[in-house]
Design a protein around this ligand. Structure first.
Ligand SMILES: Nc1ncnc2c1ncn2[C@@H]1O[C@H](COP(=O)(O)OP(=O)(O)O)[C@@H](O)[C@H]1O
Ligand SMILES: [Mg+2]
Length: 434
């Protein structure tokens, strides 16, 4: 459906994607960016935005796709004017000194939109913005499980329009399990990009409910030492942060409202968007074979330990009809890779631990390695390129990894994320994934 829409000065409408828009005449603003006569833009089907006329009059041509809509917001539903006023002031402050802005708030409160909004406004004021996407669950720039940094050169309508300049692997899509990795990697990236732009905007995950989540956000803020913390929607979160930093005059906590009506994403949408992100970075990658002994290995219990000779294990396992392929020992734990599944695994484990004197025995079954997401350290020491394990030949001690990266691989960092052939997460993360 294609239609022309005429807008008066300061008129705000809400557009739900998918929608393609062409400015026929006048100028409009979306997400802090101005679009003039002749310019076109696309609103993705997973997004909705407020569009504002900033001329005396504007005419736009809107083509709506399936599920797309134009809506007239009721009083108080749209908050772009409040965003514009507050962000305008903050960006103005950032002209005279480098700024670091961290955006926090619940899921779907508009964190990523506000991040893009700040980037767009900065560009319009002639500043160079850099976005760090520290939301490992709904990662928009890098693949899920990674933290990314991107220098913003052109106006954007979604963080997914950006390409990562740097990637760091965290290895989980649930922040609660990896808070220290999120904090350290975000800090790393802030340091990495701090001289490449004027304003760093850090988008975060939506886990803000409860004491543990808030404490983690406070720790993250302390580590980043930002000039501004923007808290969306959640008053209690805003109070907690204001309180934590009330003595610190160099950290400015600003509480802003969220748009009241938004295009919501359900669990399936979120899963689909994650799989799309994995695909973007991994699909069409070539298979690379790498000798395990020749590179650094991080995040693997199996490879951190000392290799164990298989002869004794072979004898012990013979009656149960399974063959050990690889084994290693770390303090009092023995890790074994066996060739096939065994229903009677508990008695095998007991036999092994008794005979060899280990207090814990952990068994992996061949095939367990397929689909593990990894980060590869290559030529750029500041970035970890995504890859996916296709198999490990334990005899040759050689790992096969699918990746788009073609340079020298110096180390592999294993994650706790395993992907299916459809690029969706499978299984539950366990203590030892490898
Ligand atoms: N001003 C707005 N009006 C209506 N919907 C909006 C507006 N700004 C953002 N949205 C929509 O709100 C939803 C949640 O925004 P998002 O930035 O992804 O939140 P978060 O990053 O906090 O999860 C998205 O569908 C987005 O398109
Ligand atoms: Mg987000």
């Amino acid at each position: 459906m294609i239609m022309n829409v005429e807008l008066e000065k300061n008129k705000i409408i809400r557009i739900n994607g998918p929608a393609a828009i062409k400015v026929i005449n006048g100028s409009i603003k979306i997400l802090g960016a101005t679009y003039n006569e002749g310019e076109r833009l696309i609103i993705n089907k997973y997004r909705s935005y407020a569009l504002k006329c900033i001329d005396d009059k504007a005419v736009i041509e809107v083509s709506l796709g399936d599920g797309g809509a134009i809506e007239e917001p009721s009083e108080g539903e749209e908050v772009v004017d409040i965003w514009e006023e507050n962000i305008g002031k903050i960006v103005e402050e950032c002209r005279s000194r480098k700024c670091r802005i961290i955006v926090v708030g619940p899921v779907e409160s508009g964190k990523s939109s506000l991040t893009a909004f700040i980037a767009n406004m900065s560009l319009e004021k002639g500043l160079k913005p850099i976005v760090i996407d520290a939301d490992v669950g709904q990662a928009d720039i890098g693949p899920p499980g990674f933290i990314s940094a991107a220098i913003v050169e052109n106006k954007i309508l979604w963080l997914r329009d950006l390409k990562a300049n740097y990637l760091k692997i965290v290895g989980s899509i649930t922040p609660a399990h990896v808070m220290h990795k999120i904090i350290s990697n975000t800090m790393f990236l802030v340091n990495c990009v701090k001289d490449s732009g004027d304003i760093i905007i850090i988008d975060t995950d939506g886990w803000v409910q409860g004491y543990q989540a808030i404490e983690y956000k406070i720790d993250l803020v302390r580590a980043i030492n930002p000039t501004h913390v923007i808290v969306l929607a959640d008053k209690q979160l805003a109070n907690a942060l204001e309180n934590a930093f009330k003595d610190n005059t160099s950290i400015n906590v600003v509480h802003l409202p969220s748009p009241k009506v938004v295009r919501k994403r359900d669990r399936d949408d979120r899963r689909y968007l994650r799989s799309k992100s994995y695909r973007r970075y991994l699909e069409d990658g070539k298979i690379r074979k790498i000798k395990l002994r020749e590179i650094g290995l991080i995040g693997s219990a199996l490879f951190i330990g000392e290799k164990v000779d298989l002869n004794t294990l072979r004898e012990i396992l013979k009656p149960s009809n399974i063959t050990p392929l690889y084994a290693s020992a770390l303090h009092n734990t023995l890790f074994i890779v066996v060739d096939k599944q065994q229903v009677n695994i508990r008695s095998i484990v007991e036999a092994v631990s008794q005979k060899l004197g280990f207090s814990e025995v952990y068994v992996f079954t061949k095939g367990f390695e397929k689909g593990l997401l990894v980060g590869l350290i290559g030529e750029d020491p500041n970035s970890e390129v995504p890859g996916i394990v296709t198999s490990i030949d334990f005899n040759k001690e050689e790992i096969s990894i699918q990746t788009k990266y073609e340079g020298k691989i110096r180390a592999i960092i294993f994650s706790k994320i395993k992907l299916s052939d459809e690029w969706e997460e499978v299984g539950k993360p366990s203590r030892y994934m490898i």
